[in-house]
Design a protein around this ligand. Structure first.
Ligand code: GUN
Length: 294
């Protein structure tokens, strides 16, 4: 069994990006600038955005965090997005999800300039992704592809089962694994809350990608020997023995599933760090594309 080490791989990617930023600086070029909007005070979201800003500093990017109160109206948020769209210094920006209930998420995501949409959530970019065109691939699926590629995990002709059809992970992942090329060329089953007898499907999977947010959901008896298991779950579970009072738990019952898997991602230290590294990669791409256009 091989651990797909997302922490190490993300560090490698960040070092590669740092090297490119160093060249940009020595050429007197503008460095990439990422902005992140966060609405409200959700603890997990604040942690994620904080990590994204910290990652920017590490690789030499500029970053801007826009913190808005939980009472922000849709119009106010749309105005802020307009501002970032028009700000020539910003190469890319993200709106951390989920948003408060008074805001229509889809409407907000559609307001983002697709050339600055480094999360790849705008329908134009999502459509391009589905059509094999060059675009911003959503950071978490992009990170999973990168892990599979760097560890040379065979995907061609394999049966990939994706659990969860979220717009951020499951849906794009199901499209990407079926695309032509590597990683891809997989036969994909996308399962969700209405799927019947899910264990019957997962036990036939060569590759399982679970993005459900239910701690320890995937048990050893749901996995065949030698399967590749990718765990996208990051749920905070109360734990008084830790300093923070919680621990991060994945969707996979790691202790037992890891005994059957050929490759597996740990939580934490698997997909999570990759998401941030790929957001940086998309921001670098956004900068390069802006430079080529101007
Ligand atoms: N919330 C959970 N994952 C993500 C992500 O990848 N991007 C954004 N913007 N919000 C998220």
């Amino acid at each position: 069994m091989t651990i797909l080490d997302g922490k190490k791989t993300a560090d490698d990617i960040k070092n590669e990006i740092t090297a490119q930023v160093t060249i940009m600086k020595s050429n007197g070029e503008k460095v990439p600038h990422l902005a992140a909007i966060i609405v409200g005070n959700d603890g997990a979201s604040l942690t994620y955005v904080g990590s994204k800003v910290k990652a920017c500093e590490r690789v030499g990017f500029e970053s801007t965090m826009v913190k808005l109160p939980s009472t922000t109206s849709e119009t106010e948020l749309l105005n802020k997005i307009k501002e970032l769209n028009q700000n020539d210094d910003i190469d890319g920006f993200i709106i951390q999800l989920p948003l408060p209930i008074q805001i229509d998420t889809q409407k907000v995501l559609m307001a983002v300039d697709p050339t600055k949409d480094v999360d790849g959530f705008h329908p134009e970019n999502f459509g391009k992704m589905a059509l094999d065109m060059t675009t911003f691939i959503p950071a978490t699926p992009f990170g999973i592809l990168e892990l599979l590629e760097r560890y040379n995990v065979e995907t061609q002709g394999k049966h990939t089962v994706v659990i969860g059809r979220s717009h951020i992970v499951g849906r794009p992942m199901s499209i990407l694994m079926g695309r032509k090329g590597f990683p891809g060329n997989s036969t994909v089953t996308l399962t969700h809350s209405y799927t019947k007898n899910i264990a019957q499907i997962t036990t036939q999977a060569d590759i399982i990608i679970t993005a459900l947010g239910v701690p320890n959901y995937l048990k050893a008896e749901m996995v065949k020997d030698g399967a590749v298991v990718i765990d996208v779950g990051i749920t905070r579970v109360a734990d008084d023995s830790t300093e923070k009072g919680y621990r991060i738990t994945g969707d996979v019952d790691f202790e037992f599933v890891s005994k059957k898997a050929s490759f597996i991602t740990p939580v934490p230290g698997g997909v999570g760090p990759m998401t941030i590294a790929m957001l940086l990669k998309n921001t670098l791409l956004a900068r390069e594309q802006r430079k080529a256009r101007n």
